[in-house]
Every structure is written in structure tokens, then in C-alpha cells.
Design a protein around this ligand. Structure first.
Ligand code: DON
Length: 314
């Protein structure tokens, strides 16, 4: 059993997490696997994991919380935090701050809006953010892998080469997105270099425990406990949470805000990370997705957690 589990508390939060895992399992079987790349289409649809990291650093986990999965678009949170640390607010002249109301890989607004993506959490926005990081770092993919390791305290986190290869072979839509933006002057580097950095980040393999710990800085006013560093300023953590709240769940952001009411980011690997500012971060993973690309069982688990925290006055 890993050191993470050894440090888990068995008090009220653990009972709560166990109860939520039990109830959320009733939603397994609903939705469909991501099938845009073969490497994700062969996931076990019955997996379910949840990990809560409270701001004192304790982790409460249940189900397949230690199993590594493809973080996909959850990586857009790392990308954004790093770009804002490296380049500050100049990013916002190239990427917007409003929900798109469109699927995450849609191209239709880009042409009409001169190649400026609506926000940093749709694919087009994350590709512009990746372009910033290609300009700022000699080896951006390596840098993000290192940051994920540092923030989670897990030195064995890796980019999954099989997923990366699959992303690269099926890159047509993201490549079209990047070239369209380049035609408007909104991509500075070679498209292949930018796409490689973007796909490498999507291909990071992490567990619910890793992600709950790595993104806890958003609940802790920017302080990353595992790394023992102020990773972003309190003001920046608040801003990132605001963008997560309005844009983190794509065209379902409004529905999710109504149901759950927390800043959150999903990925087509089936993971969702959510933040209760000042209290805790949580990651839930289950591979079957709804039509917007968000995990069905993970959303339900977060709804249960949010209801429990509210009724408990937490
Ligand atoms: O670029 C893509 O389309 C995928 N690698 C990531 C998309 C994703 O995770 C959107 N999430 N819900």
C-alpha cells in the first residue's frame, strides 16, 4: 500500500468519500468511452475512483483512486497556470475569457473571431497557451511533466507514449485549429512543435490521488503543499478558479455550475478535478462520458459531494 494511503485519515471525510463512491457506482454503464483515439477506446468502462485532498494535505480516497489514467484536458489547468506565471496577463490579448457554448473541439467561432479562441480551456485556447509555453521553455512537455510531479509529490508520473502517439496520428482537427489560428497570426511557433507540446500534456498519466494533490494549490490560495511552494499568487488562484467555473466544463459549464457549483475541469479520459476554495480539491475518474465529453459518474459524485458539504455547512 502506498505512502498516500498510509497517511489517509479514517474519520468523517473518509466515510463520506466511501459513501459517495458507493452511490456513484449506480451510474456506471451510462455514457460512452472517448473513441477519437484508439488508446482511449479500450479503457475499462467500470472503473471509478475518487480522491479528496483537504488543505491540511490529508488525502481521502475510494475505489480506483490510485489507478493511472489519461488526464487529457485536465492538463489545460497546468498549461494555463504555467503560462500565466511565465507571461502574466499578456496572454489575454490572444485568448478570451468567456464560455464558448460550443463543443471543446469546435472550429466554428474561430474563423468569425479572427483566430482568437473564446477561452483557454477549449482546445483552440489551450493550443495558444501551449504556443506561449513553447516560446517560454526549451522543453515545454518535460517542464509540465516535472511540474505535475512536483505539485503531486509523485516522481513517477509519466507522459504515456502510446496515448501521445495516438493523439499525433489522429491530429487532423487540432492541426486544422492550430493552422487556422496561425493564419490569423495567433500562433508564433511551428504548428508541429506546439501540437506536440499540447498532446504531450494531454497524454500525462496520473491518478485521482495525484491530481487531487497536484491541483490543491487552487483550493489553498496558490500554495502547493507537496512542493512546499507558493505556486501562484492568491489573486491568480482566484482568477483561475473563476475561469474554471465559467469554462471548465465546456458547453455544459452552466448545467454543471447549477448542479455542482464548483470550479472544475474535465478531460475525455473520464477525470474531473473540482475545487472548494479554502477547503479542498477533489478528483473523480470514471471513463464513460456524456455528449459534452464529461464523465457521467464523476459529475454525479461531485454533485453528491457538493450537496454533502453544503448540508454540513463545510
Ligand atoms: O485534443 C483533444 O481533443 C484531446 N486530447 C483532449 C480533449 C479533452 O479532454 C476535452 N475534454 N473534455
Amino acid at each position: 500500500m502506498s505512502a498516500y494511503i498510509a497517511e489517509m485519515d479514517r474519520g468523517g471525510m473518509q466515510d463520506r468519500v466511501d459513501g459517495i463512491a458507493h452511490r456513484a457506482r449506480s451510474r456506471l454503464g451510462t455514457g460512452k468511452l472517448a473513441d477519437y483515439i484508439p488508446a482511449l477506446a479500450d479503457q475499462d468502462p467500470n472503473r471509478f475512483g475518487i480522491a479528496v485532498c483537504t488543505n491540511d494535505g490529508r488525502v481521502y480516497a475510494a475505489g480506483d483512486a490510485q489507478e493511472v489514467f489519461s488526464i487529457q484536458s485536465i492538463s489545460k489547468v497546468f498549461l494555463l497556470a504555467l503560462a500565466l506565471r511565465a507571461c502574466g496577463g499578456e496572454l489575454w490579448s490572444r485568448v478570451g475569457l468567456n464560455p464558448s457554448g460550443m463543443p471543446f473541439n469546435s472550429l466554428s467561432q474561430l474563423e468569425a473571431e479572427q483566430g482568437k479562441p473564446r477561452n483557454p480551456f477549449i482546445n483552440a485556447g489551450a493550443i495558444v497557451v501551449a504556443d506561449h509555453l513553447v516560446s517560454a521553455f526549451a522543453t515545454p512537455a518535460q517542464h509540465i511533466q516535472d511540474v505535475a510531479r512536483r505539485l503531486s509529490g509523485n516522481p513517477s508520473i509519466l507522459i504515456d507514449r502510446r496515448v501521445l502517439e495516438s493523439e499525433w496520428q489522429h491530429r487532423s482537427r487540432n492541426a486544422a485549429t492550430a493552422y487556422l489560428m496561425k493564419s490569423f497570426g495567433n500562433i508564433a511557433n511551428e504548428v508541429d512543435d506546439v501540437l506536440y507540446a499540447y498532446f504531450a500534456c494531454c497524454s500525462l498519466g496520473m491518478s485521482c490521488v495525484d491530481l487531487a494533490r497536484a491541483l490543491n494549490f487552487l483550493a489553498s490560495a496558490g500554495y502547493a503543499r507537496c512542493a512546499d511552494e507558493q505556486f501562484v499568487t492568491p489573486a491568480l488562484a482566484r482568477k483561475i478558479n473563476s475561469i474554471l467555473f465559467t469554462c471548465g466544463m465546456y458547453d455544459a459549464a452552466g448545467d454543471f455550475a447549477y448542479r455542482v457549483g464548483l470550479p472544475a475541469k474535465s478531460g475525455v479520459g473520464g477525470g474531473i478535478v473540482a475545487v472548494v476554495p479554502g477547503k479542498l480539491s477533489v478528483c473523480v475518474w470514471s471513463p464513460l462520458l456524456d455528449a459534452s465529453g464529461n464523465s457521467v459518474a464523476a459529475q454525479y459524485a461531485l454533485e453528491l459531494l457538493s450537496n454533502e458539504l453544503a448540508s454540513n455547512g463545510t
